[in-house]
Design a protein around this ligand. Sequence first.
Ligand SMILES: Cc1cc2nc3c(=O)[nH]c(=O)nc-3n(C[C@H](O)[C@H](O)[C@H](O)COP(=O)(O)OP(=O)(O)OC[C@H]3O[C@@H](n4cnc5c(N)ncnc54)[C@H](O)[C@@H]3O)c2cc1C
Length: 442
Amino acid sequence: MEVVSPQRILVVGAGHVGLYAALRLSRKLRARQAEVTVVDPQPHMTYQPFLPEAAAGNISPRHSVVPLRRELKRCKIVSGAVTRIEHSRKTATVQPIIGPPLEIEYDQIIVAPGSVSRTLPIPGLRENGIGFKTIGEAIYLRNHVLDRLDVAAATTDPETRRRALTFAFVGGGYAGIEALAEMEDMARDALKYYPELSVGDMRWVLVEATQRVLPEVDRDMGAYTVQQLLNRGLDIRLDTRLESCVDGVVKLSDGDSFASDTIVWTAGVKPSPMLDDTDLPRDDKRRISCLPTLQVVDGDKVVEGAWSAGDCAAVPDLTGPPGTFCSPSAQHAVRQAARMADNIRAVIRGKEPVPYKHKHAGSVASLGLHKGVAQVYGIKLKGPIAWFMHRTYHVSRIPSFNRKVRVVIDWTLAFFLKREVVALGQLHDPREEFTEVTPRVG
Ligand SMILES: Cc1cc2nc3c(=O)[nH]c(=O)nc-3n(C[C@H](O)[C@H](O)[C@H](O)COP(=O)(O)OP(=O)(O)OC[C@H]3O[C@@H](n4cnc5c(N)ncnc54)[C@H](O)[C@@H]3O)c2cc1C
C-alpha cells in the first residue's frame, strides 16, 4: 500500500544507530514517502571504537568522526538536543544549540541517544575524573598525557614528577583497556624524545572491581590481556575499587593510595538521562523496552510509531537464553539500525516487521601498536594478528568510503613517518595569550 503524504520520521541522536538508520531510510524511501529529520547536538557521528587510536595519535581525530551534513544529504539536520518526548502527542521538544526550544511533530520516532558514563558518588571523582566516550575527551586525554610528560621533564620536585607520571584508569572493559593500553604505548613512544625521563618513571594503574578484564571475551583471553599489560610494567589491580580521589589523591579499596593528575573513568555506561523526560516504557535498568522488531513495547502492547535500539534500548537477544538482552556495542547498534530502518519501511507500507537476530560475533581490541587480542566466532587470536584484525574490522565498519580512505592514509603515514607525539595544550585555553596582551578597558 503506497502512503499518500510523506511519513515524518524523527531520529533522536545521530550515533551508530541514528546515523545508519537515517542513511538507510533516506536511501530506501523516496521524498514523497518520508521526510527524515535528525537531531543531534554534535555536527558529527563519533565512531567510538576509534577513540583510543585517535587519542594515541594513530588516526586524526577528525577522521574518527563522520560529518552529518556531508553523509545525510537527504535528511534535515537539526543541531540541538531533544529534551522531551511526548509520544502520546507524537511531539518532541528540541533545544537547538542557539535560540528558544522548538517542538517537532512526527509520525515515527527513532529514539537513539545512546548512553553516558555510569558514574558513582565517589568523593573527588566529579572534580578530578574524566570520561572516555567523546572525541573531546579523547583529544583532551592525549594532550593532557603528553603535557604531563613535559611537566615531569621540567620539574625539579620529585613529588610533582611522580604525580605527573602516574596515570590511573578505572574500569577494565574494552573502552578502558584499549584507552589504557594505547595511551601507555603512545607515552612510551614519546619518551624517546625526553632524555630526562625513562619508562620506569611512569606508573600506569588499572583499577577493576571484578576479578577479570574484558568480559566480552573468554576468561583465558582476559587473563592473556592482563599478562601482556603486566609484562609491559603496568600495575593491574583486579578485585579493587576506587574509594576516593579528592585533590587527585587516589585511594583504593586494597588500602593503597597515590597522587595522580590523570584519573580516567571507564567503568561502564548507562542509558541517556534524557529518557527520563519521555513517556516511553522502560525496564528496571532505565532502558527503553523493545520487541525484537525494535518497536517500543509497553507490557505486551506495541507502542505504535516508536522505535529504539543501541545503548539506550533493551532489545531481546534471540540468540541467547530467554530473558537476555543485546549487549551495548557498536556491533549490535549498526545491525539493529539496518533492521529497524527496513522494519519502518515495511510498516509504513503495511507489511510486517522482522525480528532482529544477530549472534554477537565476539570482540577485537587493540593494546597499542602491533599488539591486540581478539575472539571472533570462537576463534581466539593474540598479538599482531589480532591487532591487524582489529584494524581491518573497524575500517570496514566506519561509515563512508571517504572516512575509510582517510583512516588508512593516517595509518600509512604513521607507519612511515612515526606518529606525532606533541601536546597542543593551548587548545584547551586558546584565549590566554591574547587576553594577556590586550589592555583592559574601563
Ligand atoms: C572508547 C570506546 C570504545 C568502544 N569500542 C567498541 C568496540 O570495539 N566494539 C563495539 O562493538 N563497541 C564498542 N564501543 C561501544 C559502542 O561505541 C556503542 O555501543 C555504540 O556507540 C552505541 O551506539 P548508539 O547509537 O546507541 O549510541 P552513540 O553512538 O553513542 O550515539 C548517541 C548519539 O546521540 C546523541 N545524543 C545524546 N543525547 C541526545 C539528545 N538529548 N538529543 C539528541 N541527540 C542526542 C549523541 O550526541 C550521539 O551522537 C566502544 C565505546 C567506547 C566509548
